[in-house]
Design a protein around this ligand. Sequence first.
Ligand code: SF4
Length: 347
Amino acid sequence: MDFLADSTGSRRLSKSEALELLKNASPIELGEAANSVRAKLHGDKAHYAVNAAITYSNICEALCPICSFSRKEGAPGAYLLTADEVFERAKAFSEKGAQEIHIIGGMYSKLPLEYYLDVARAVKAADKNLNLVAFTVSECVLMSRVSGKSLGEVIDMLLEAGVNALPGGGAEIFDESIRKKISPNKLTASEWLGAMQVAHEHSLRTNATMLYGHIETPEAVVDHLFKLRGQQDKSGGFKAFVPLPFRKGASDIESKGSGVYDLKICAIARLVLDNFSHIRVPIPHFGDRMAQILLNFGADDIGGTHWYEEVAAAAGAMRLNRTEDFMRKTIIAAGFKPVKGTSNYGV
Ligand code: SF4
């Protein structure tokens, strides 16, 4: 625990130290160190956004064993929104006060690149000022595959169509042996990181996630965080790290999640990821009460109102009436000063 005794922020946490802390430090010890790093970066500010989700389709060919959301093409409940429907939803969300729209869907190889571009254009046609965070790198790589264009070309086209940033999904956990069990048909870790490199080189900023609480080991958690830290050293385009607790939902994989594990993951992430400005703990995933606590364990952002979030909800995440007032009160009650921005942190 030498690092905690010497947590002046003057040196980087090593991989072996991180593993030792994750395995043996108490959540309170970890939380104190992480909170001191957070306080140096953000003082008493905590971020939130007023945003909404548009999930254009739940049809997915990846069939990840961890997923409660996806459907096969033609299965009951399978759907695909048209660009016109995306426009209508974006317009309604904008009129309700959203500043940002998050868009993701499944891996559906029948969709041409033009579909995604039309979806992005539809959001900007509804309100050109909406910050558009759209399409995971997994979807971008699929677009590249179906269109025959390079990933860089696809990203340039998405930028031109109005995409402002990419969400950080699809990272799951980078350890290949675990990844093969929870999402065998997704990008490999190096493909995911390589796609992020291209996105950052093309001036598209992104988030980075980690799905935990399933069958991962402490070693896999630390490996994931160090791979993200290494990628950020190289390309520098990650805005926020977003830990995502796994929920069993309809999947066959059991959840080993717990409140204490949430505290430790958030704190160790803040300590390892010294080159990430923000740690976001989205309220749809953690609930308002745990998000308040995590603001004292390294997080500085409780995410957005995320109206109409469907993916986490399909696995049993909380459905709260997340108004802007609710977000502000949640932050104030935790002892912080609410700062509204989009997830690009353009306050
Ligand atoms: S987790 Fe994502 S990629 Fe995997 S099956 Fe579900 S929607 Fe598809």
